[in-house]
Design a protein around this ligand. Structure first.
Ligand code: ATP
Ligand code: MG
Length: 247
């Protein structure tokens, strides 16, 4: 793929659920390699719907969600090979240790080349304390499970990373460390699309911030355009403006 091509691309992405809820209304954006795009927006704005469309968990009513140029609903297998997903509630095996979970999910994804040392190394990278590597996940805190989830995503070594509210429920230090980790993945050339309710962290880490409201992307700005602005104020202004316009 030519450099500078979008890794994530939403083109007129529209989703109307069976009950006629218009969850997404012609949303378009792109995220390149080495870029973090943070989606902000209130409950029900359409963030998870957007993520689920990229993963082909649901089909678009109109438009396309492309990963590396591949429309997710047309070639889901290839599209999914190019993306690693970390959900808010990481689904891992409670009876397996951290190492066993990494091994299981890597093999499931067709990666058989990793050694035990590779697993230890990635768990160190995500900041999981050494003694937890060989413990069953059953007793892990949310932050520890999140670290295992992102470790599995790193091992998948996909160019695209999708995260749905990755820092929700993490304590301040874990949230900070997670953001540092996203930065290092971005520096490795990954393209990252995440949803979050954390305006402060979004401003801190994102190269582009998008604000969604009732299925529409009502603001999209690069970090440089946001510098010197209070993103929280901007967020309130955009949402209020959108509600006014809709009235
Ligand atoms: N399976 C579904 N069937 C019908 N409507 C749905 C379905 N999933 C989501 N919706 C609706 O679509 C809209 C967008 O929901 P979505 O989950 O994408 O929002 P979100 O931005 O992720 O919200 P939150 O911040 O609460 O996670 C909401 O009105 C929601 O009720
Ligand atoms: Mg959501």
């Amino acid at each position: 793929m030519e450099s500078g091509q979008p890794v994530f691309e939403a083109i007129g992405l529209t989703k109307k659920y069976e009950d006629e809820t218009l969850a997404l209304d012609h949303v378009s954006f792109s995220v390149r390699a080495g870029e973090i795009f943070a989606m902000l927006g209130g409950n029900g704005a359409g963030k998870t719907t957007t993520i689920n469309l990229f993963l082909n968990f649901i089909e678009p009513t109109e438009g396309e969600a492309r990963i590396n140029g591949i429309a997710s609903h047309k070639d889901p297998l290839t599209a999914k090979r190019n993306v690693a997903f970390v959900s808010e509630n990481v689904m891992l095996y409670p009876n397996f240790t951290a190492l066993q979970n990494l091994d299981y999910f890597s093999r499931l994804g067709g990666k058989t080349q990793y050694s035990k040392e590779n697993y230890h190394a990635v768990l160190r990278r995500v900041g999981l304390q050494e003694e937890a590597h060989t413990k069953r996940l059953r007793g892990f805190s949310k932050g520890m499970r999140q670290k295992c989830g992102i470790a599995i995503a790193i091992l998948k070594d996909a160019p695209a990373i999708l995260l749905d509210e990755p820092t929700s429920g993490l304590d301040p230090q874990a949230g900070f460390e997670f953001i540092e980790l996203l930065r290092s993945l971005r520096d490795d050339g990954k393209s990252i699309l995440m949803s979050t309710h954390d305006i402060f962290r979004a401003k801190e880490v994102a190269d582009v911030v998008g604000i969604m409201n009732r299925g529409k992307l009502i603001m999209q700005k690069h970090a440089a355009e946001l510098a010197g602005h209070d993103l929280e104020e901007l967020y309130m202004k955009y949402i209020a403006g959108h509600i006014r316009d809709a009235a």
